[in-house]
Design a protein around this ligand. Structure first.
Ligand code: BG6
Length: 510
């Protein structure tokens, strides 16, 4: 709902008073700010979800007047927001947006900046609270936090001080630990919000509701009834303009260590004792700790890395990864990973989890497929080829919702059986990498709810798993490229399941 004429923040947002804050964005001229954060603020404003008193201060190194910066923000909202700017709403948001020029590597500038924030705070009657959002390259995270600490900004008087960190949170366990140690010198764990934008997506939040609010699912959510679970996050897009980042990251660091691990834990976790943040996070952590030891021998059989070569997507030719600008011609970076994992606890032992993510694939979608075990070959199934299992599919994007596949009588034949779907999903293009997830996450940050953010021990456990797989990848020579853009990945990714007598659902080999 976005009827701006009825815009009354307090009506929609009962927490609006407590959330009042200055939202400081380091990296205010960057892509993330323009594509995600500003459109998110705009939509939150329309939906009455911004705090009662709210100011945004964008920090950048460029010389820009406030007017110029606001014009750029307007253009970004016009381009990226799901609601286009309307004059009345924009005139409200415009006055909340400020630009401050600061070289954030120069620690001497932070004191003056603090004075500037205090002035804005006094004028707007904010009451002291600050959110510091680090939308900058990761090499600046520690420096900025040092600057905040040196100037005393991290613990504002009279309000809260929260730190928001974008990924990547380190590039492996060692660097993540070092970064975390630095952050903890200035902020408590409970004031650190490690963003994983997947957790802001509707269907991801729906996983727990679906599991723990439906007796029919919870009773059969285990290895006695479930044959295997597949988590597929596939993209048509390539690396875009992010080669510099992606070349040092690859699909493991970009998608598996964070988004996929988070989804896996939500799908596999035990019911928490209550819905408090820490109770949920503790159950999620236990899943990662129960992942079967990932030895090189295990990985040899159970992981497939891929890199795309040239191909055709939606009828248009696209270059291979190694032909993208600034990518070394012999790059060994993986743009695709398929992996089989076992979670060794009483609920899941024996039920494999298959994971797949990749760029430049034929199909762009994020889905979780739960395949139930087959019935014995008796009664209706005796002597028939018909082998359609029951499937529960959680569609994250672009379809959003759930469908359940089950078997019924095929009335067009004498005694045939056919599978049918009960489908609650609808297509929502807004679920892609858009501001929508950010709206929810920003709201939670301002409200002080960190349930949808990762606690340090979760990040640590995810790196422990990811590091082993990355090390294995780095030690092995790969025959890249090994899949065409526009296909569904390397042949070996299909063999991984075929060996177990299974296949990927939704998006077979193309
Ligand atoms: C980001 C990755 O975290 O997620 C990108 O860095 C990826 O490489 C993106 O494209 C996918 O997000 P979404 O929301 O479009 O599925």
């Amino acid at each position: 709902m976005t009827a701006f004429n009825n815009y009354t923040p307090r009506d929609n947002n009962p927490d609006g008073d407590k959330m009042s804050a200055i939202f400081v964005i380091f990296g205010g001229t960057g892509d993330l700010t323009h594509r995600k954060l500003m459109p998110a603020f705009y939509n939150m404003l329309l939906d009455g979800l911004l705090p009662v008193r709210f100011m945004v201060v964008s920090v950048g190194r460029r010389d820009l007047s406030e007017d110029e910066y606001r014009r750029q923000v307007y253009a970004s909202i016009d381009r990226y927001s799901r609601n286009k700017p309307d004059d009345k709403a924009w005139s409200v948001l415009k006055d909340m947006i400020h630009y401050y020029k600061l070289d954030f590597t120069d620690l001497t500038g932070y004191h003056e900046f603090n004075g500037y924030l205090d002035k804005i705070d006094r004028e707007a009657g904010i009451g002291g609270s600050r959110v510091f959002y680090l939308a900058v390259a990761p090499e600046y995270f520690e420096t900025i936090v040092q600057g905040l600490k040196a100037s005393g900004m991290h613990k504002p008087e009279g309000g809260f001080g929260r730190l928001v960190i974008e990924k990547p949170f380190g590039k492996d366990l060692v660097t993540a630990k070092k970064l975390n140690k630095e952050l903890l010198k200035a902020f408590d764990e409970s004031s650190i919000y490690r963003i994983d934008h997947y957790l802001g997506k509707e269907m991801i939040q729906n996983i727990m509701v679906l599991r723990f609010c439906n007796s029919i699912f919870e009773a059969i959510w285990n290895n006695k009834f479930i044959d295997n679970i597949q988590i597929s996050l596939t993209e048509k897009l390539g690396v875009g303009t992010r080669q510099g980042y992606y070349e040092n990251s690859g699909a493991m660091r970009d998608m598996v260590q964070n988004h996929i691990m988070q989804i896996l834990t939500l799908v596999a976790m035990e019911p928490p004792v209550n819905l408090k943040t820490d109770s949920i996070r503790t159950e999620k952590l236990k899943v990662m700790e129960a992942i079967e030891d990932i030895s090189p021998e295990f990985l040899r059989e159970n992981v497939v890395f891929g890199q795309y070569g040239p191909g055709v997507i939606d009828g248009l030719p696209v270059p291979g990864y190694r032909q993208e600008p600034d990518v070394p011609v012999d790059s060994g970076t993986e743009t695709f990973v398929a992996l089989k994992l076992h979670i060794n606890n009483f609920r899941w032992a024996g039920t494999p989890f298959y994971i797949r993510t990749g760029k430049r694939l034929a199909r762009g979608s994020s889905e979780i497929v739960v395949q139930f075990k087959d019935l014995p070959n008796i009664l209706y199934l005796k002597d028939r080829d018909f082998r359609e299992p029951n499937l529960l599919v959680l569609r994250i994007q672009p379809g959003v919702g759930v469908y359940f596949q089950f078997n019924v009588r095929d009335f067009s034949t004498h005694n045939g059986i056919m599978s049918t779907k009960m489908d609650t999903s609808h297509v929502d293009a807004g679920q892609g990498n858009t501001p929508k997830a950010y709206e929810r996450l920003i709201y939670d940050i301002l409200k002080g709810d960190n349930t949808l953010f990762s606690r340090w021990d979760e990040v640590e456990a995810a790196w422990t798993v990811a590091d082993r797989i990355i090390t294995y990848r780095e030690q092995k020579k790969h025959n890249f490229p090994n899949y065409d853009a526009g296909s569904m990945g390397p042949v070996r990714a299909f063999e991984l399941l075929a060996r177990d007598g299974r296949s990927w659902w939704n998006g077979g080999m193309i």
